[in-house]
Design a protein around this ligand. Structure first.
Ligand code: ZN
Length: 363
């Protein structure tokens, strides 16, 4: 009969127990440890499930010196006891086995519950992150025009101190007039601005704020190029891209605030920070390009300026130009733009009546 390891606790012996070898022979359990040799009738043993998750068995028996016990930690030991146990002990072993099993099950359930509790916030975050675009879109659909306008007003008010706005002049007139042609009949009430800033950039805020940087006007080679950028930018308003991106950036607090109908809360205090990172994915940029081309056609403005400007900016210095870093312009986007212009076909367009050189000189 094979031997197995166990730990023996006996009166007058080390509290931590003695490392021993056990062996079942006939109706006896033989235990051998350093300086200790015991033979215990199997019928004298009482069995309890023990250990962290009930995987161990504790045997107890009464000796002349008092209560003794042995902890059977190995599966081999448990099997050996089970195989040779007399009927009364076998029943105890069975009962101990069942108790151990139910303890194991409870322990595993507890572990599972703890893991779930720990993982829940992460799962919620993951779900939110995976669905953030969709959630932001869902939320944007529930924002009324007047709420959107209010958001845009607050965002622009926060941003305004950072902008050196040009109050009047031919550059602002051109932007306003071309912008109004491009947005005729829109449900938004647009406001047009030119900011003194060397960046080649333009952006649009929810509700209809459009800001063009003087650097962009200086880099343009025709009024049609500026019209192309404006046509693209206003689509980020028309298609509510700016609103969705803003809601996305503000995250769950914005959604909660919307759900509660609370537009006065502190959630909206840092809109300007969010606006700094307004970024649209490739699909939204394509959408803005396509719809922008249609707006140019409705306004009777030649479409080549839009493609020409983006192409020239990409060729020159894609990385350093803000408009392109927030509006990624890979080759395929330009190709798609050119294809869309070709598909649109020629339409009558009068050259825009602006002296761009004079406007640039006045900046
Ligand atoms: Zn864009």
């Amino acid at each position: 009969m094979a031997t197995f390891a166990l730990r023996v606790f006996a009166p007058g012996r080390a509290g931590a127990g003695l490392s021993a070898r056990g062996r079942v022979a006939g109706p006896y359990l033989h235990l051998e440890a350093a300086g200790l040799s015991l033979t215990v009738p199997l019928s004298a043993l009482r069995v309890k499930a023990a250990g962290f998750d009930g995987h161990q068995w504790l045997l107890e028996w009464d000796s002349a010196d008092g209560l003794c016990s042995a902890l059977v930690q190995s599966e081999a030991g448990i099997q050996a006891l089970r195989a040779s146990a007399p009927a009364p002990l076998a029943r105890q072993l069975q009962a101990a086995g069942r108790r151990a099993e139910s303890r194991r099950r409870r322990w595993h359930l507890a572990l599972l519950a703890a893991a779930l509790v720990l993982a829940l916030p992460f799962l919620a975050l993951l779900a939110f992150w995976l669905n953030a675009e969709r959630i932001a879109g869902w939320a944007a659909d529930r924002v009324s025009l007047s709420q959107e306008q209010y958001l845009g007003d607050m965002a622009f008010a926060q941003l305004r101190p950072q902008l050196k706005l040009i109050e009047q002049g031919p550059a602002l007139d051109m932007v306003r007039e071309v912008g109004e042609r491009l947005t005729a009949g829109s449900r938004y009430r647009y406001q047009w601005f030119v900011a003194q800033d060397q960046q080649v950039n333009a952006f649009a805020l929810p509700g209809g704020y459009v800001v063009v940087f003087s650097g962009l006007i200086e880099q343009a080679q025709s009024p049609e190029e500026i019209a192309g950028v404006l046509a693209h930018e206003v689509q980020h308003v028309e298609q509510r891209h700016s609103l969705k991106s803003l809601l996305h950036g503000l995250g769950w607090r914005a959604l909660l605030s919307l759900a509660l109908g609370d537009f006065a809360g502190g959630v909206w205090a840092n809109l300007a920070d969010q606006l700094g990172s307004l970024k649209f994915g490739r699909d939204l940029e394509r959408e803005a390009d396509r719809a922008g081309l249609q707006a140019l056609q409705r306004a009777g403005i030649a479409p080549e300026g839009m493609a020409g400007f983006f192409e020239r900016m990409a060729r020159h210095d894609g990385g350093r130009i803000a408009l392109l870093s927030s509006h990624p312009a890979p080759e395929e986007r330009l190709a798609a733009l050119r294809a869309a212009i070709a598909a649109q076909g020629a339409y009558p367009a009068q050259p825009l009546p602006y002296d761009l050189a004079a406007i640039q000189a006045g900046l």
